[in-house]
Ligand binder design. Structure first.
Ligand code: URP
Ligand code: ZN
Ligand code: ZN
Length: 478
């Protein structure tokens, strides 16, 4: 592999910003500084007027996801390409087995879905959806032999991924012993089920009822619940897709009691509000995810929390389902449930049957830059911190990932701050038949993206190699 010298860019790290060059050899950064000299055959890239960011890390994606009677639309060919086109060079995917699946079989299956076809680097959070007499041994093997250093639990989705409290206690206790962090989807499952039933009994079936079926109180209870269990077990926890003020307050209150808890929010919460799920003619289904998108005051608060460091990371919760077939499984008009296989009953759908999720892995950094940096809500250091560095630190990838320093992987994003364009399904690389961000104007783009020194995106166009991505082995904390 030829040396790569990126010259004269504005290098942005978590703490600093300076004009300089980055020299890479054999996939690793070997020098950062001014006026660096490259070997005669090195590739030289001029980054004058551009930012140089460390490769971005998305700590919460679903690529292979059997969920709500269907499967997510991307595979690793499309999902990793989309990530890279948006400047994300590392994905942390949720391995989500069903309750009846064997955990070891599951992690091997999830790995097999990525191996040989992922263009970006990747690792997994191990979803623990059951805890019985065999689970502890399986999880030890997954941590030590399969090199996975984080678990995922769902307090929601009872009957699918959801766990009981006794299981939560056992998982957190084991995680504490192993030095593994536990990521958690925090919503009270029983409150969701009961509220869904009540709304459906009242004839409230459209996507606009998704948010009222999982109100803020339900998420806040979930967060408080997890905090209580973390406090009792001493486990380190990470709350995924936090959407609202009281949920964050429940977590920060626990932090003050000594609970080691991290807070993630996701890109859709930063740009949409609850009115999107209220759009007529079933358009709202495009914006159905859980926890639901909240009102504007929560969005404003999330931005403030990013700026002051209360919220640590921004992921996407990329969960890609087609609008015309998959989201329509929940259309109240049976004739509109276009996919007959998905709706064999011929009965009308309702909001509880709309696959939850918003495809967004490609758009996260553009949205953070446009809505955050350009609007003065966050600075460039915060962008790097919440979309790259902090995730690497929390999940055992630092300093290999998440920083621009000698010895780190040469995962780099040359960002053109002057570029202007708009988002569209017609130009995105994700596999879904719609973009939730259709027509949205954005500033800045990933002009050139490298993964371990290999250029994958050039002039904003794909030039990558399918299968270049590697599985990232991680070790638990001592
Ligand atoms: O709506 C969501 N969040 N879909 C994906 C599954 C999950 O809860 O992360
Ligand atoms: Zn979730
Ligand atoms: Zn998720």
């Amino acid at each position: 592999m030829k040396d790569l010298l990126i010259q004269n860019g504005e290098i942005i790290t978590e703490h600093s910003q300076f004009q300089g060059d980055v020299l890479c050899r054999e996939g690793v950064i070997i020098e950062v500084g001014a006026n660096l000299i490259a070997s005669p055959d090195a590739e030289i890239i001029d980054a004058t007027g551009k930012y140089i960011f460390p490769g971005f890390i998305d700590p919460h994606v679903h690529i292979y996801l059997p969920f709500m009677g269907t499967f997510s639309k991307d595979d690793y060919v499309t999902g990793s390409k989309a990530a890279l086109m948006g400047g994300t060079t590392t994905l942390i995917e949720m391995c989500c087995p069903s309750r009846n699946d064997d955990p070891l079989d599951a992690i091997r299956l999830w790995k097999s879905k990525a191996a040989g076809i992922s263009s970006c680097d990747y690792t997994f959070h191990m979803g623990v959806t059951r805890f019985d007499e065999g689970t502890a041994a399986a999880l030890r093997t997954i941590v030590h032999d399969e090199k996975i250093a984080s678990f995922k639990v769902f307090l929601a989705y009872k009957g699918a991924f959801g766990i009981e409290d006794s299981e939560l206690y056992q998982i957190l206790s084991l995680a504490k012993e192993l030095g593994v962090i536990v990521t958690a989807h925090c919503e009270n499952a029983d409150l969701v089920t009961e509220t869904q039933k009540k709304l459906l009994d009242e004839g409230k079936t459209g996507p606009e009822w998704h948010e009222p079926s999982r109100p803020i109180t339900v998420e806040t209870e979930g967060c408080h619940h997890l905090m209580t269990f973390a406090e009792m077990t001493g486990a380190e926890v990470y709350v995924v897709h936090t959407s609202c003020i009281p949920a964050i307050e429940a977590i920060t209150a626990a932090q003050k009691r000594g609970v080691k808890a991290w807070i993630e929010t996701v890109a859709p919460y930063l740009v949409f509000d609850h009115t999107h799920a209220e759009l007529p003619d079933f358009e709202g289904a495009k914006y159905v995810m859980s926890p639901p998108i909240r009102s504007k005051e929560h969005q404003d608060y999330l931005w403030q929390c990013l700026a002051d460091g209360t919220v640590h990371t921004v992921g996407t919760d990329h969960a890609p389902f087609d609008y015309h077939t998959q989201k329509h499984m929940g259309h109240p008009d049976p004739a509109k449930c276009l996919d007959a296989r998905s709706n064999p009953t011929g009965k009308p759908g309702n909001f509880t049957l709309i696959p939850n999720g918003i495809p967004s892995v490609e758009e996260r950094v553009k949205l953070l830059y446009t809505e955050g940096v350009c609007k003065g809500r966050i600075d460039l250091q915060t962008l790097v911190r919440c979309a790259s560095t902090r995730a690497a630190q929390i999940f055992g990838l630092y300093p290999r990932k998440g920083c621009i320093a000698p010895g780190s992987d040469a995962d780099l994003v040359i960002w053109d701050p002057e570029w202007k364009g708009s988002i569209s399904v017609s130009t995105h690389s994700m596999a879904t038949d719609y973009s939730a961000f259709e027509g949205r104007e954005v500033s800045g783009r990933a002009e050139l993206v490298t993964v371990r020194g290999k250029v994958m995106v050039r002039d904003g166009q794909w030039c990558g190699e399918t299968g270049w991505g590697e599985f990232l082995q991680r070790e638990p904390k001592p």
